[in-house]
Structure formats: C-alpha cells, structure tokens
Write a protein that binds this ligand. Sequence first.
Ligand code: HEC
Length: 185
Amino acid sequence: MNLATKTLKAGLVLALAVALGSSAALAKKKKAKCKDGETATIAKYKLSKGENLDKAINASLTGAAGDPKKGLKWMTHRRLGNCIACHEVKKIAALAKAGDVKSQKSYAFHGAVGPALDGVAGRYTEGELRLLVVDIKKAMPDADSIMPSFHRAGGMTRVHKDCVGHNILTAERVEDVIAYLKTLK
Ligand code: HEC
C-alpha cells in the first residue's frame, strides 16, 4: 500500500467514525423528552422537625441560596414547575400586562387546585417550604396530594419513559423556587 492509499483509508475510517458518532448523538437528541435540564441526581438531605408541619429540610439542597428571579421562571415554566397551573399567586398574575399576549401566556391563567400561595412564607418556615416542594408526600403524608414531588426520582406514576428516574426540578432550581416563595409574605 502506498502512502496515498494509506492516507485515503485513514481518512475514510475517520469520516465513518465521525458520521457514526453524530448519528448516535442525533438519535439521543431525538429521544430526550426531559430536555429542560431535568437530571437523575437527587440531592442528599436531612429531615428535621418542623414547626407547622411534622418535618422540614432546613439546609439548602445546594449549600447556597437560590435566585428568586429564576424561581419565578421555573414556577411559570409550563413543563417544569408549572406551579400556577394549580396555585394562584397574586404577585405573578400582576406581571401579566393587558394586551401583551406573551406576558399573559407566562403569568396569567392560574388554577385553583391547590391553595393560593399568597402569604405562604408567613404560614411555613423556609425548611417546610423546601420539603413541600421537594416531596409533598413526605411533607403531607396524609393528604394523598396530587401535587408533584419535584425533587424525587422514584415512586411516581405515569412518567414518560425517557424521564424515568429524573427529578422535575434540580436541586439548584428547587432553591430558586424557595427563594421566590420566601418573597410571598
Ligand atoms: C397538580 C397541581 C399542583 C402543582 C403543579 C403544584 N401544586 Fe403545590 N399544592 C397542590 C395541592 C393540591 C396542595 C394542597 C396540599 C394537598 O392537600 O394536596 C398544594 C400545596 C402546596 C403548598 C402548601 C400551601 C399551603 O398553604 O398549605 C405549597 C407551598 C406549594 N403547594 C407549592 C408549590 C410550588 C412551589 C409548585 C411548583 C414548583 C407547586 N406547588 C405545584 C397542587 C399543586
């Protein structure tokens, strides 16, 4: 084999490898329904005694405080938190401007399946709010709540097959939501 054929061969092998690699990446992309940053990582946390609920998670899941601006984003994101599908929040509804379809889509149209979250930071401690968002089943074991457990990977029903084992909100996003909830005094 002369050098030219050798180089050609090597080039072909390389091209094939690149093509295979990118088609695998494409197939992966197509399958991923959990596309908004949901992960399979569940933060380790310690349950403490609560004041208004039996239990609470007093420490931040990430060790840091969240960002309330991002919290608002996750709470109104129709695939992630979607809290306002079930909860009214006056402060969020006030962000929907008359005649502005985009802001109305994000901030208007609240459901009333759960209690309004206005003043919720006065009714629960930060640690209790954290447990309510992380795992409502642990926060209110007797309620048999339809609220999703946002930071749990197992024991959920009718999960899309691509999302099995994934949380809905990552630890960081839970902390963002907690930071926003704390503004609802
Ligand atoms: C599918 C509906 C649904 C969604 C979505 C939902 N919740 Fe809830 N939530 C409820 C219900 C119902 C309750 C009342 C508990 C119960 O009896 O089930 C509740 C209770 C709560 C409570 C306690 C309120 C109180 O006054 O006792 C908080 C806080 C809360 N939810 C926060 C959130 C946040 C934050 C989100 C979004 C990240 C969210 N919820 C998404 C249905 C929902």
